[in-house]
Design a protein around this ligand. Structure first.
Ligand code: ITT
Length: 194
């Protein structure tokens, strides 16, 4: 069975492929680069689940394939859960990881270590062409450091220290991060239901 993961993010495709190889070996996963003329779905909802569903429904409608999509971001305690669904564009319209990290560090500069808690959140949706829908969530709790550290991962990884670790998620190997990450958790739960 062919299944679409509605993203152009190669890291997400590799991760879900890896998980499906064990959980559902009959599934052949393709990304949006395998689909011609596919306009980006605007993420107009206020929740991760809402945006994940928008992207998965769009994919299933346009391709006729069962479609998975995820939406994710960072919820910072001191910012009442922001940047949340605005994580990609926290410092402005351009998706600029370095500017996002610099702004977040500035905003938290006066906060002691015990007030720097944050959680990575992911919602993953699976929509079948016959209209069935499934949404699951995954979380990775931790705290924010005071300077960027590490070169792996993307986004806020250089600032994020997962609970139980002294290194950032940008200092972890891909496998190490996937084993505990919000997205890894959500994708594994989704795959177990296929
Ligand atoms: P899509 O094409 O699938 O939408 P994306 O790269 O835009 O992929 P998301 O919308 O899921 O990714 O992520 C939104 C932002 O949240 C992303 O730009 C990062 O700033 C942040 N983020 C999410 N997951 C992260 C992770 O594992 N590590 C670091 N930052 C993350």
């Amino acid at each position: 069975m062919r299944m679409l993961l509605a993203t152009r993010n190669a890291g997400k495709i590799a991760e879900l492929r890896h998980i499906l190889a064990e959980a559902a070996p009959s599934v052949e996963l393709v990304g949006l680069d395998a689909v011609e003329d596919y306009p980006e779905t605007p993420e107009t909802e206020l929740t991760f689940a809402g945006n994940a569903l928008l992207k998965a429904r769009d994919g299933a409608t346009r391709t006729g394939l069962p479609t998975v999509a995820d939406d994710s971001g960072l919820a910072v305690d001191a910012l009442n859960g922001m940047p949340g669904v605005l994580s990609a564009r926290w410092a402005g319209r351009a998706k600029d990881d370095e500017a996002n990290n610099a702004l977040l560090l500035d905003q938290l500069a006066d906060l002691d270590d015990d007030k720097r808690g944050a959680t990575f959140v992911c919602a993953a949706a699976l929509v079948w062409p016959d209209g069935r829908e499934l949404v699951v969530h995954g979380e990775m709790p931790g705290r924010l450091g005071r300077e960027p550290r590490g070169a792996n991962g993307f986004g806020y990884d250089p600032l994020f220290i997962p609970d139980g670790y002294d290194i950032t998620s940008a200092e972890m190997s891909t496998d190490e991060k996937n084993a505990i990450s919000h997205r890894g958790r959500a994708f594994r739960e989704l795959a177990s239901g296929i």
